[in-house]
Write a protein that binds this ligand. Structure first.
Ligand SMILES: *[C@@H]1O[C@H](CO)[C@@H](O)[C@H](O)[C@H]1NC(C)=O
Length: 317
C-alpha cells in the first residue's frame, strides 16, 4: 500500500514535471514562431500610434552639457517625442555652440513625421521649482519628465506612454519609492522615505520619481500656481525634494496611487542601473516627507502593489 502510494506520487510528480517542461517548450517555441511568422508586423517594436498624440520630453539639466548632449540625442530618436524642452537654470544662458550642436542633433536623429520642437526654457535663478514651471506653446498633454543623465530606451518609453494614456491623471514612471510608517514620537505619526531596496523587498510603493516619469501637463500649472508657496520656499531653500512634492500633489489631486512600469533604465556615466537604487541623502528625504505632510496637514499618498508590464515580454500570462 505504502509503496503503491509512493509510486503513484512519484509518477504524478514526474508527469507534472514533463507537462510543465512541455508547456514551457511550447511557449518558447510559439514566441519564436510568432516572430518568424510576424504576427505582430503591425506593431514591430511598440504599441505607439502617432494618431494618438505624442509627449513632450522635459529634461532638467544643471552644468552637465555632455550628459545633455547624449540624452537629447537619445530622446530625439524616440518616435513618440513631439518636443524636447530643456530646463536651464544657470546664470549664464546656454552657449550658441551648444544650441547649434543640439539643434543639429535633433534634426538628424528625429524620426517623427513632423518637426520635433526643441527648446531651452531659460531661468536666471537656480531654483529647483523651475523644472515644473508651466510651458508656453505646449503641443501635448503628456509630459515625460527626466533628469539629464537618465536614459530610458525608446521602446520602454513608448510602452510607459501607452500606460499613461490609459490613466492620464496618474503619474507613470520607472523609479518607485515608498513612505513607511515610522515610530510614533510624542504622539505624532512620522514617516520614513523608503528607497529602492525596501520597495523591492516589500513590493509596495506610493510614489514614482520625476527623474523619469510621465504626468499630465496640467500638473505643471498646479505645481506652480496651486501648491502652497511654503512648499516652493522649502524646496528652494533645501535644494531637494521637488520630486516628492510632485508625487504628493498628484496623489492629493487623484486620491490614487501612481503606476510603476517595468523596464530597464540607465544612468549616463554609471554602469548598469545600479545608482538609481543607491540610497542617498535619506535623512533629508525623511525630513522633507514629514515636513510636507505637516504642510498638507495630511498624507495624500496612496500605496499600491500594481506594476505594469509589457505582455509581449512576459512568458507567463
Ligand atoms: C489637496 O486636495 C484638497 C481636496 O481636493 C484641496 O482642497 C487641497 O487644497 C489640496 N491641498 C494642496 C496642498 O494642494
Amino acid at each position: 500500500m505504502g509503496r503503491r502510494l509512493r509510486t503513484f506520487v512519484f509518477g504524478a510528480k514526474t508527469k507534472l514535471l514533463c507537462v510543465a517542461l512541455g508547456v514551457l517548450f511550447c511557449m518558447w517555441f510559439s514566441s519564436k514562431i510568432g516572430y518568424i511568422m510576424s504576427w505582430n508586423t503591425h506593431f514591430p517594436s511598440s504599441v505607439y500610434s502617432p494618431d494618438r498624440g505624442g509627449y513632450t520630453v522635459l529634461i532638467n539639466t544643471w552644468k552637465r552639457s555632455s550628459h545633455l548632449k547624449q540624452s537629447v540625442a537619445h530622446y530625439a530618436s524616440c518616435t513618440g517625442a513631439d518636443a524636447i524642452h530643456v530646463v536651464w537654470s544657470e546664470s549664464d544662458p546656454p552657449s550658441e555652440k551648444l544650441k547649434d550642436h543640439l539643434n543639429t542633433v535633433v534634426l538628424k536623429k528625429s524620426r517623427s513625421t513632423h518637426k520635433l520642437d526643441f527648446r531651452f526654457d531659460i531661468y536666471e535663478e537656480d531654483n529647483l521649482n523651475n523644472r515644473f514651471r508651466p510651458i508656453e506653446g505646449l503641443r501635448t498633454d503628456a509630459i515625460f519628465s527626466v533628469d539629464d543623465n537618465v536614459i530610458v530606451p525608446c521602446h520602454t518609453l513608448e510602452f510607459a506612454f501607452a500606460v499613461w494614456q490609459t490613466a492620464p491623471m496618474t503619474m507613470v514612471g520607472f523609479v518607485p519609492r515608498m513612505h513607511w510608517l515610522g515610530e510614533e514620537r510624542t504622539g505624532a505619526v512620522s514617516y520614513k522615505y523608503g528607497g529602492w531596496w525596501s520597495v523591492w523587498w516589500m513590493g509596495i510603493y506610493s510614489m514614482v520619481l520625476s527623474k523619469s516619469a510621465f504626468f499630465h501637463s496640467k500638473y505643471l500649472e498646479l505645481y506652480t500656481n496651486a501648491m502652497p508657496p511654503s512648499i516652493h520656499q522649502y524646496i528652494n531653500a533645501e535644494r531637494n525634494c521637488e520630486d516628492i512634492a510632485m508625487s504628493l500633489l498628484v496623489a492629493n489631486t487623484t486620491d490614487a496611487p501612481p503606476i510603476w512600469v517595468k523596464g530597464k533604465i540607465y544612468e549616463i556615466g554609471s554602469p548598469g542601473t545600479s545608482s538609481l537604487h543607491q540610497p542617498h541623502h535619506y535623512d533629508g528625504r525623511n525630513k522633507c516627507m514629514n515636513d510636507f505632510v505637516s504642510m498638507y496637514g495630511t498624507l495624500p499618498l496612496v500605496s499600491t502593489n500594481v506594476k505594469a508590464v509589457d505582455t509581449r515580454h512576459q512568458w507567463f500570462w
